[in-house]
Ligand binder design. Structure first.
Ligand code: HEM
Length: 390
């Protein structure tokens, strides 16, 4: 790492966190906790000045081409700085028509374009790719609820990736292979882990602290001319690999493929390649359906299909948990008490909350293979498979 990027990294891990935390404490004791105007103006100006000084030096240094990992890490640091500026109202995506952070935008765009990712911080910068130094990974603040949120997100993302990895290994073997049973068991174990982590997150996270002091860093912001949507825990390939391989979602369906297209550049290039490859594959559900009425009494069919149906059910249950518990408790409920003036950018992707909720509900029901005739769920096919087991 060049000396300049190292100095910036040290600042992101120290003063940056201290300033953000001090500002959060000031906002949180106000009657209107969502207000950021005319509070801590000196702190905000220090944040901007210190961050921009580091960034100007880095921009002058130019691209030192230290490989993907270093470039991606630096993009994360610039992105964290820009997201914090948006959070404190130093920049305002809906007010400005270009980002006032000229140097930060230039550096972020140069890095994003050369790495093949969006020019802002993404979830992987905070989770799967956030290097810890002496036990501390990167964060915006030192608030306990930010740590709870980040650590449980990371644990759940890692567990989804384990499930996806096990399912991908079935492709060359086929659904009748004896080892497929073990791989399905591994996927089920991993989804059980997601379920447990979500339950713990639900119980431990403080709603107001999350809503007022953590969530606002994950909003959309402008880089150069354009607004880039916020980061959410779903920006990794694994969750969609599971959807597609189980067969509960279909990349030929416009609603789902739109979601995939929109998230590609928010994922690491490695994840982009995995997802692109998975989109070309046939689902395991379709493979099993080929055998209905043909091999129903075979030992492999009964045991592998039985396990497969358990995996589908658990995947649906984690989606249900995300929507009915996490989104409901930590976004939908607290948003009811939010003053109208603060509704701008309530969600990470930007659409009004009711629109976003309807879209997340569709995803939940596809994953549950629910009985709906307005969206193409696999309800009838799952029932057919279940009935074939008698
Ligand atoms: C997306 C809320 C934790 C996985 C979203 C969105 C919201 C949300 C509001 C939509 C983003 C937007 O467009 O604005 C929450 C809350 C959480 C939480 C309040 C906890 C406090 C998690 C965890 C995971 C996760 C632990 C596990 C990896 C996803 C996925 C998406 C998503 C995969 C993309 C949509 C999809 O494919 O379902 N989340 N989330 N979330 N979140 Fe979470």
């Amino acid at each position: 790492m060049s000396q300049n990027s190292q100095a910036f990294d040290q600042w992101i891990r120290s003063s940056f966190v201290e300033i953000n935390t001090e500002l959060e404490e000031l906002y949180f004791v106000q009657e209107d906790r969502a207000n950021t105007q005319d509070v801590g103006e000196d702190l905000k100006s220090n944040l901007r000045q210190q961050g921009e000084a580091h960034i100007k030096t880095l921009l002058a240094e130019g691209n030192t081409d230290e490989g993907f990992d270093r470039g991606f890490d630096l993009l994360g640091n610039v992105g964290l700085f820009m997201a914090a500026c948006e959070r404190h109202g130093i920049t305002q995506a809906h007010r400005d028509n270009r980002s006032p952070l000229h140097e930060a935008s230039a550096l972020a765009m140069q890095l994003g374009a050369s790495l093949g990712v969006t020019p802002r911080f993404a979830t992987s910068h905070m989770s799967t790719h956030s290097r810890a130094i002496n036990g501390r990974y990167k964060s915006f603040t030192s608030l306990e609820d930010e740590s709870i949120f980040i650590e449980y997100n990371t644990l759940a993302v890692m567990a989804y990736k384990r499930a996806a990895d096990a399912l991908l290994r079935i492709l060359p073997l086929g659904v009748s292979h004896p080892v497929t049973h073990d791989l399905l068991e591994a996927a089920l174990d991993a989804l059980n882990d997601v379920f447990d982590y979500n339950e713990r997150l639900f119980a431990k996270l403080d709603t107001d602290r999350f809503f007022y002091s953590v969530r606002p860093y994950f909003k959309p912001h402008r880089v150069g001319l354009h607004v880039y949507r916020g980061a959410n825990a779903g920006d990794f390939a694994g969750i969609n690999v599971i959807d597609l391989l189980l067969g509960v979602c279909n990349a030929d369906h416009a609603y789902y493929s739109q979601l995939l297209v929109d998230k590609f550049l928010y994922m690491t290039p490695e994840d982009q390649a995995i997802l692109r490859d998975t989109m070309r594959r046939r689902s395991l559900m379709d493979e099993f359906l080929d055998h209905v009425g043909v091999h129903e009494n075979e030992e492999w069919y009964r045991s592998n299909l039985g396990k497969f149906l358990q995996v589908i059910r658990r995947h649906g249950e984690t989606a249900e948990q995300h929507h009915d518990q996490l989104v409901h408790k930590f976004i939908e409920k607290p948003a009811e008490n939010l003053e109208e003036e603060h509704h701008e950018n309530l969600t990470a992707s930007g659409p009004p909350l009711p629109v976003l909720l309807r879209s997340l509900e569709k995803l939940r029901d596809l994953r549950l293979a629910a009985d709906r005739d307005d969206i193409p769920t696999r309800h009838a096919d799952v029932r057919r498979l279940r009935d074939s087991l008698g």
